[in-house]
Design a protein. Structure first.
Length: 235
């Protein structure tokens, strides 16, 4: 008798298999009609194409004081993207921005562009990497803040993209630190304006020098503008 049941079950499986597509969509839908095997088919987890949570009624879009993160772009689009970018630190000359910019620059840029931005990093030279342009002078001085930001994110020429390694705000911190290196080197020139925002003011003549490793490592990520001073109330 058990052999008969087994044979019947096998015939049923073959029949069902012949009446559906390769993904067994029809069989899957048939299971949905049987409560005992339909558990977890209609859970609270949204489908992959659905928004996890819809905005509340009456919601309106707002702009971040740090500037919106630009949509992905290629290095061939840098020239058209750069004018649309706004430097949220323009003209602020914040010390915490320069400290963070030095940290990120030291970790990611010094190897090619050198500690002072002269293009003399340790991987550049005979028998090594062929060339790294200086960022403390030359054409970098006349580039807009948005252009420098876009080059950091998307790369160009021999420079690879650093968008996955350096965050949105850290890229702007690097731009501010590069401007400081330019002033330190005595570079002269006027940066191209950014139609998308105000161009950074000239970096201060005196910027923080090379920090001790302990100080650099403690530089906080730049996720928001400097907090406003809170009034001291009664305790």
């Amino acid at each position: 008798m058990s052999n008969v049941k087994t044979a019947a079950f096998g015939a049923l499986v073959l029949a069902l298999g012949g009446c559906t597509d390769w993904a067994m969509y029809d069989v899957d839908k048939a299971y949905d009609a049987v409560p005992q095997v339909a558990t977890m088919r209609h859970g609270v987890i949204p489908e992959y194409q659905e928004d996890p949570r819809n905005p509340a009624p009456g919601s309106v879009p707002v702009s971040s004081p740090n500037g919106d993160i630009p949509a992905p772009y290629l290095n061939s689009q840098v020239d058209s993207v750069a004018p649309t970018l706004r430097n949220p630190f323009a003209g602020a000359a914040r010390n915490d921005v320069l400290v963070r910019g030095e940290l990120v620059y030291t970790r990611n840029c010094t190897v090619c562009h050198g500690p002072t931005g002269a293009g003399d990093g340790p991987v550049v030279g005979a028998g090594k990497f062929p060339f790294a342009p200086p960022v403390n002078g030359g054409t970098a001085v006349g580039r807009s803040d948005g252009y420098l930001y876009a080059i950091v994110e998307a790369g160009r020429g021999l420079m690879p993209p650093y968008g996955e390694r350096i965050t949105h705000m850290d890229r702007w911190a690097v731009v501010e630190y590069v401007r400081a290196l330019q002033r330190r080197a005595g570079a002269t020139g006027t940066a191209q304006p950014n139609p998308g925002g105000t161009v950074s003011a000239p970096p201060p003549a005196q910027v923080q020098g090379q920090l001790p490793a302990s100080a650099r490592d403690s530089a906080a990520p730049l996720n928001a503008p400097a907090p406003a001073a809170q009034p001291q109330g009664p305790r």
